[in-house]
Design a protein around this ligand. Structure first.
Ligand SMILES: N[C@@H](CCO)C(=O)O
Length: 349
């Protein structure tokens, strides 16, 4: 049983974005779990994730299969903290938040970078009195944040676990994000000043097709249909509608844009120079058939890191889930995380 799950919010005054835009104050909502004096692991969430990584037994979080008492990340040994990202819509400052004129930002919310998301979490952790981390871990957009943590604050943690990410977001992935963004921005509801919920529904359907490979779709649905509708069609509609009910369309756009801009070399010099800055042990995970972040690219990144003198390991997970592998089948890759966390001392020496 995972006992001590706590929730809170950190208020950060005068927060400046990379773009130069400044907020008088932002809030980051968080979930914290495990003994407060134990080594801390920071979890970074993906595009539509939130701070509820662990959750409760009756309302499990999205990584409860990984993180719990006696889990692969054992919350009786480690404290685990997860923030809802800046720009999110689960309690942190984002497009649904009110501006000083009393109106929600919505599409007026400033553009964000992955580095902004990391910087906000860094300041929040310091305010909470957490000045050192055991590890930073996350998948997809979370994995991009993990990499940025490694470049921006390599002395702040003992290891990073970037999962299902690449050092630079690909043109192929930007292409899908463009379709998603356009689906939202071209939603006719906008003309009536309403929320583009149908656009978000469409955007999610596009996303879902990229998160899983063809084989899984065939295995799941087998062209089965009911009352003239293919099961795969009703599945995508269901997922689209579900997200449209729980997510802010403009949060979705700002986070897509942050992903598009992800490039660890941006404004930092050459790829080689940036690899040198990633001076922290790195354990990278890849999932077979991940269309967005192909395992061979992640393997190449790890080889480049090793050649640059870093301590880096690569682990490829056999799965039919593709990109969504980081949200399922924890028994396949949780032991890798557990093992590396417990063997960090040997690596340091
Ligand atoms: N299922 C993930 C996919 C993006 O990594 C999400 O919804 O955030």
């Amino acid at each position: 049983m995972t006992k001590t799950v706590r929730q809170g919010s950190v208020s950060i005054p005068n927060f400046r974005l990379e773009s130069g835009e400044q907020f008088d104050e932002i809030h980051l909502a968080y979930e914290q779990c495990g003994p407060i004096d134990a080594p801390t692991i920071l979890v970074c969430h993906a595009l539509t994730g939130n701070q509820f990584a662990v959750g409760t037994e009756s309302n499990p979080g999205w990584w409860r299969g990984l993180i719990k008492d006696c889990g692969y990340i054992d919350t009786s040994c480690y404290q685990v903290i997860t923030f809802n990202v800046l720009g999110g819509c689960d309690g942190s400052t984002g497009p649904s938040s009110l501006q000083s004129n009393g109106e929600p930002y919505q599409n007026q919310f400033p553009t964000l970078t992955v580095r902004d998301l990391v910087e906000a979490q860094f300041v929040a952790l310091n305010i909470l009195g957490i000045n050192q981390l055991k590890a930073v871990i996350g998948g997809s957009l979370g994995g991009m944040q993990v990499l940025e943590w490694g470049v921006m604050y390599p002395d702040y943690m003992e290891a990073i676990f970037p999962i299902a990410m690449t050092p630079v977001f690909s043109d192929y992935a930007i292409a899908f994000n463009h379709i998603a963004k356009q689906a939202i921005l071209r939603d006719p509801a906008l003309k009536n000043g309403e929320q583009p919920k149908d656009g978000l529904h469409l955007a999610r359907m596009v996303g879902m097709v990229t998160y899983r490979p063809e084989e899984l779709f065939s295995k799941r649905f087998s062209r089965h249909q009911q009352e003239g509708e293919y099961d795969v069609e009703s599945y995508l509609d269901y997922q689209g509608e579900k997200l449209a009910k729980r997510f802010n369309p403009y949060s979705y756009i700002r986070l897509l844009e942050a992903m598009n801009g992800h490039d660890i070399t941006r404004d930092r010099g050459s790829y080689q120079q940036v690899l040198q800055q990633l001076n922290v042990p790195i354990f990278a995970l890849a999932f077979q058939k991940d269309l967005l972040y192909p395992p061979e690219e992640i393997r190449r990144f790890v080889t480049d890191l090793e050649e640059a003198g870093a301590y880096a390991e690569f682990h490829e997970v056999e799965t039919i889930f593709g990109h969504d592998g980081f949200l399922v089948e924890f028994e396949k890759w949780g032991p890798f995380i557990q093992d590396k966390l417990t063997s960090l001392e040997t690596i340091k020496n």
